[in-house]
Write a new protein. Structure first.
Length: 209
């Protein structure tokens, strides 16, 4: 059974305002936006979830244009359409400099690749590493949880405790070579079953709770 079977009301909220606030999470310390990997619980695919159509997708981001890429699941058995796992958008003013810090001329492009680096914990990785976006107009990442395991606390039952954890999910980022993860202010929409956050630059991202 996937999270889509939890029968939640439509809720759109900032995860930092509830259980997603790292100040309220065990093992993170008061107001600490970072956590060791061992302190986090990552979103996991449900046993019934279809496989990803591909683990890696690429697109050309162009300065001055709005571009996006989607990473999809394969259609579930008996279903004609596939469903989305991840969506990444670069706004028309997001691109400013390349990875070396040099300005990108208007109309020039950078090839961006989104990869699911860990299919068991649904950890995504973006390249080129070190690319930074305009802080006034960052990129945007959506990660879907409709095909995730609804037993978020791992006790073998789907209960109100799992709903509480669901509403506290956030996107976290991990810099290359680091053990700690950093919490990102995130919005949750239970109607579209997704968590979204602004992305300032490239590294690894995952939904955790």
């Amino acid at each position: 059974m996937s999270v889509s079977r939890l029968c939640l009301p439509t809720i759109v909220l900032l995860a930092g305002a509830c259980a997603g606030d790292p100040a309220a999470m065990d093992g993170l310390g008061s107001g600490d936006p970072t956590a060791a990997e061992s302190a986090l619980r990552f979103l996991r695919p449900a046993g019934s979830a279809p496989p990803l159509a591909e683990r890696s997708v690429s697109f050309w981001a162009v300065r001055g244009q709005r571009r996006e890429v989607r990473l999809m699941y394969r259609p579930a058995q008996g279903q004609p359409d596939s469903v989305e796992f991840a969506r990444f958008r670069v706004d028309d003013r997001s691109l400013v400099n390349d990875v070396s810090g040099q300005p990108i001329p208007m109309g020039d492009s950078i090839r961006i690749t989104l990869t699911v680096a860990d299919t068991l914990r649904l950890i995504t990785e973006f390249e080129p590493s070190g690319l930074r976006f305009n802080p006034a107009r960052p990129a945007r990442l959506w990660l879907k949880f409709g095909e995730a395991d609804p037993d978020l606390d791992g006790d073998g039952l789907v209960t109100a405790a799992d709903t509480t954890l669901l509403l506290g999910m956030s996107i976290w980022r991990q810099e290359a070579g680091a053990n700690d993860w950093t919490w990102l202010p995130s919005s949750i929409d239970t109607s579209t079953q997704e968590v979204e956050a602004d992305i300032a630059g490239f590294t690894r991202f995952a939904v955790s709770y």
